[in-house]
Write a protein that binds this ligand. Structure first.
Ligand SMILES: Nc1cc(-c2ccc3ccn(Cc4ccc(CN5CCCC5)cc4)c3c2)n[nH]1
Length: 246
C-alpha cells in the first residue's frame, strides 16, 4: 500500500520510521511519504492560509496549494478508472464520518491512500469539492473532540490501517481477537505471575479447558460491552444484541 500525506509539518511523520510500521516500510509492504504543502506555494512567504470569507475567528487554508499538491499525487487518476488501485483522498475533520475498526479493515485493502492534513480552522471547502471530481474523497473524524489539525488523526488512522495489512503484524492471530473486531470490547488479559499483590488470575484461565475459557472470555466481552459501551450492542448486527440480551 502506498500512503501519501500532505501537511505543513512533514517532520511530524518521521516517527513512522520506528516501531511496527518501520519494519513494514522496510519490507515494502507499506510506503508512506509526507509532502510539505508549502512546496506548492509560489510567494516569498510560502503562504498557505488567509482570512475567512464571511468573517469569523482564525484563518482558513487557501485552495491553490492544496490543488497543486493533490494534482501531483493523483497523477492521471480519473473517476472513470475507479478500481482498487484508484487513490482514496481522506481529509481528517471534526465534521467527518467517524473512523471505526470496520473502516480501518475496509481501507486496509486499498492500494493508494492520500491524506490531507488541515490546520488553522480548516481547508477551503472548494478543495474537497474539486478533488471529488477526480477521486473518491472522505472527511473522517477520529472522535468527538477538536484537535489543532489533522496530523494526529492521520497518524492514528495510518497505525489502525497499517497493522491490518497482512504481514505487518507478526502474529495475525492477534488481529482477530481484539476489541471491536467482532463489534464487542475485548476480554481482560492476564499473564504470570499467577498471584500478584494478593490478586489472583481467574482460575478458569489456568484450567486448560479451552472450550470453557472461550465461553468465559465471550461472557466477559458481553458484560464489559454492556457496562462500558451499550451503544455498540445496538449497532448494525441484531444477532449481537440478541446474544447480549441472553
Ligand atoms: N476528530 C477530529 C479531527 C479534527 C481536526 C482535523 C483537521 C483539522 C484542521 C484544523 N483543525 C482545527 C479546527 C479548529 C476549529 C474548528 C471549528 N471551526 C469553527 C468554524 C470553522 C472551523 C475546526 C477545526 C482540525 C481538526 N479534530 N478532531
Amino acid at each position: 500500500m502506498r500512503i501519501d500525506v500532505v501537511t505543513i509539518f512533514p517532520e511530524f511523520f518521521d516517527v513512522l520510521d520506528i516501531s511496527l510500521l518501520g519494519k513494514a516500510r522496510q519490507s515494502g509492504l507499506l510506503d508512506v511519504s509526507a509532502h510539505n504543502l508549502r512546496e506548492y506555494t509560489h510567494d516569498r512567504h510560502r503562504t498557505v492560509d488567509d482570512t475567512p470569507y464571511g468573517g469569523g475567528a482564525g484563518m482558513v487554508m487557501k485552495p491553490e496549494p492544496w490543488g497543486e499538491a493533490i494534482d501531483e499525487l493523483l497523477g492521471d487518476a480519473t473517476p472513470e478508472r475507479a478500481d482498487a488501485s484508484a487513490p482514496l483522498v481522506i481529509f481528517p475533520s471534526p465534521a467527518g464520518e467517524v473512523f471505526t475498526q470496520k473502516m480501518a479493515r475496509e481501507l486496509a485493502h486499498r492500494e493508494h491512500l492520500i491524506f490531507g492534513c488541515g490546520r488553522y480552522e480548516g481547508i477551503d471547502q472548494r478543495v474537497f469539492d474539486h478533488v471529488a471530481t477526480r477521486a473518491e474523497v472522505r472527511l473522517v473524524s477520529i472522535g468527538d473532540y477538536v484537535l489543532n489539525g489533522g496530523e494526529v488523526a492521520v497518524m492514528a488512522m495510518i497505525e489502525a490501517i497499517g497493522r491490518l495489512i497482512p504481514g505487518v503484524v507478526g502474529n495475525p492471530e492477534s488481529l482477530v481477537e481484539e476489541s471491536h473486531e467482532d463489534g464487542l470490547l475485548e476480554y481482560p488479559s492476564y499473564t504470570k505471575p499467577a498471584e500478584w499483590r494478593g490478586l489472583e488470575v481467574p482460575p478458569i484461565l489456568l484450567s486448560g479447558n479451552h472450550k470453557a475459557i472461550d465461553a468465559w472470555r465471550r461472557e466477559q466481552q458481553l458484560e464489559r460491552t454492556r457496562r462500558v459501551r451499550p451503544d455498540l450492542l445496538r449497532a448494525e448486527t441484531p444477532e449481537k444484541a440478541e446474544t447480549a440480551e441472553a
